[in-house]
Design a protein around this ligand. Structure first.
Ligand SMILES: [Zn+2]
Length: 526
């Protein structure tokens, strides 16, 4: 009997889920506006990015959201740009036997987010993964003398370290290295974690970067050298050390611990950087809550709308349109706001925030989460979408952070009646939970979820996602001409809006699960 009821309900549920053409057209029109060539890839700080910000602000206004940043919708964020003059920069391994140049571009890239020292020449130590994870009593730096030296490390997860712990300590790695006395870091890219082929990364390497003007918000402050090494050219760093890169990779691939040892010779860097102050905006619209008490709490819904700007031409195209990354998420944010406003609001207030500078290291969201335009303590949850990839029909949702907080209940309540399965992240090794804007809120103790169109590991859909990443992720081909399953996107939007509704209407304040790693960041409230 129960089964029949479920089947009948499913029959009614299905057509309601079907996206209507006007919904599809509206969602896609936002993307067409934001990802058009005219928008020049929405580089943070550009006039086109500001135009995109004004477009989103206009949409928020039309929908009926209240201005969420003082008297207007725009929250200015101050940055300093960083540029690299590669022609005046060099990286060299200096040994008694002679000097070995490291070719910038082919063999290594300098991290432009870091304020490099103009000149550095110092010893090097190989420190395995270069990680310190106190919870697991894991310390690559134990017994190593790194004072005044550059550490050389392999990127990737050490065996036995849970993904969230890894993600946290990898993000904050420089703090531990600096505390141990290191002055710089050279990271050899683990071929296993290479989402984007080196050749494509190389093409993007000189795109200007930026940091928040406030030095207290710079996670890399004090780092004098930060380079990433192409694993295909890593061997030369190990010459004369008694070890080879091949040996290191064999151990890594076998899940065995990596040795730590001093490298022969010194690394010398001569680095010429430029930069200037710029301002770029977050866009904040508020839908006030309806409950006399709960309206003082805010659910913050985010999507970044910046992208990579313009790069070197590839087949005559130089514009990083960022249609899926993340005009799609910004469009979903606008549509979610429209849905919520049409319902005349929920018990809690909802702040819809389109953030800038995600591509620069989650900076717009970091700024908002640190200096919110609503009282910091009043933010109870963050929901985020970044590149949710509607490439195939919507049958399930992948939720990053599903295991971490009771927001999972809100998600299930929204998705399951529509016949959608809720799946855990099928690629935990990619640390997606800490790689987009939700992490800025997580670090402030706020429970968060990030949602994508679902797929299971090694399914044909997973192959489509992987293919998309290889061919289009951070490439000029993430543009308006790519195939998109708009039906899936708009069905996704409906469910996403229901999740927002559920979180905004629930009676209890969202909470981290008692065993969640991220609980440690939670502010001590009542
Ligand atoms: Zn991106």
């Amino acid at each position: 009997m129960k089964r029949i009821v479920a089947a009948v309900l499913a029959l009614f549920a299905a057509p309601a889920m079907r996206a209507q053409q006007p919904d599809i057209d509206r969602w896609w029109a936002h993307i067409v506006y934001l990802a058009d060539d005219r928008m020049q890839g929405r580089q943070t700080g550009s006039k086109e990015h500001r135009e995109a910000a004004n477009y989103i602000a206009d949409q928020f206004k039309k929908i009926g959201l209240k201005p969420g940043a003082g008297g207007g919708y725009l929250q200015p964020v101050k940055f300093v740009t960083r540029t690299l003059d590669e022609s005046k920069s060099s990286l060299t391994i200096v040994r008694d036997s002679g000097e070995e140049p490291v070719k910038l571009g082919d063999e290594a890239m300098l991290n432009i987010r870091v304020k490099h020292a103009p000149r550095l020449e110092t010893s090097m130590v190989f420190v395995g993964y270069g990680l310190t994870v106190p919870e697991m009593k894991y310390d690559d730096l134990a017994g190593q003398d790194v004072k005044g030296k550059v550490v050389v490390l392999l990127t990737g997860i050490p065996p036995g370290i849970p993904a969230p712990l890894y993600a946290h300590y990898a993000t904050n790695r420089w703090h531990a290295l600096q505390a141990a006395g290191a002055v710089g870091g050279v990271a050899i890219q683990n071929p296993k974690g290479q989402d984007v082929p080196w050749e494509r990364q190389m093409q993007n390497r000189l795109i200007p970067q930026m940091v928040l003007e406030d030095p207290a918000l710079d996670d890399n402050a004090g780092q004098q050298l930060a380079a990433t090494v192409n694993p295909a050219h890593a061997e030369k760093w190990f010459t004369g050390s008694g070890h080879t890169f091949q040996e290191i990779m064999e151990l890594a691939n076998a899940g065995k611990p990596l040795p730590k040892f001093p490298l022969r010779g010194k690394v010398r860097s001569l680095i010429s950087m430029g930069g200037e102050p710029i301002t770029s905006e977050n866009v904040v619209g508020i839908l006030p809550g309806t409950d006399p008490k709960l309206k003082n709490e805010y659910v913050v819904v985010t999507a970044h709308f910046d992208h990579l700007g313009v790069g070197n031409p590839v087949n005559g195209d130089a514009i990083f349109n960022g249609a899926m990354d993340n005009a799609s998420g910004a469009a979903t944010l606008i549509e979610t706001a429209a849905f919520a406003a049409a319902k005349k609001g929920f018990k809690r207030s909802v702040a819809f925030v389109a953030v800038t500078a995600e591509e620069k290291g989650l900076l717009g969201s970091k700024y908002f989460a640190t200096k919110p335009t609503v009282p910091a303590r009043s933010i109870v949850a963050n929901l985020n979408t970044d590149m949710f990839l509607p490439l195939f029909p919507l049958k399930s949702l992948v939720a990053q952070g599903l295991e971490e907080s009771d927001l999972a209940g809100d998600l299930r309540a929204a998705a399951e009646p529509a016949g959608l399965e809720v799946l855990t992240d099928p690629e935990p090794e990619r640390n997606a939970f800490t790689r987009s804007d939700q992490y800025s809120f997580i670090r402030r103790g706020i429970p968060a979820l990030s949602l994508k169109v679902g797929f299971t590991k090694d399914s044909p859909e997973h192959e489509m996602v992987k293919k998309w990443r290889t061919e289009r992720y951070h490439a000029v081909t993430d543009d308006l001409s790519q195939p998109v399953d708009k039906q899936a996107a708009v069905e996704f939007n409906k469910i996403y809006a229901k999740v927002v509704e559920s979180v905004a209407n629930r009676s209890t304040r969202p909470a981290w699960n008692s065993d969640s790693f991220f609980k440690r960041f939670a502010p001590q409230t009542h």
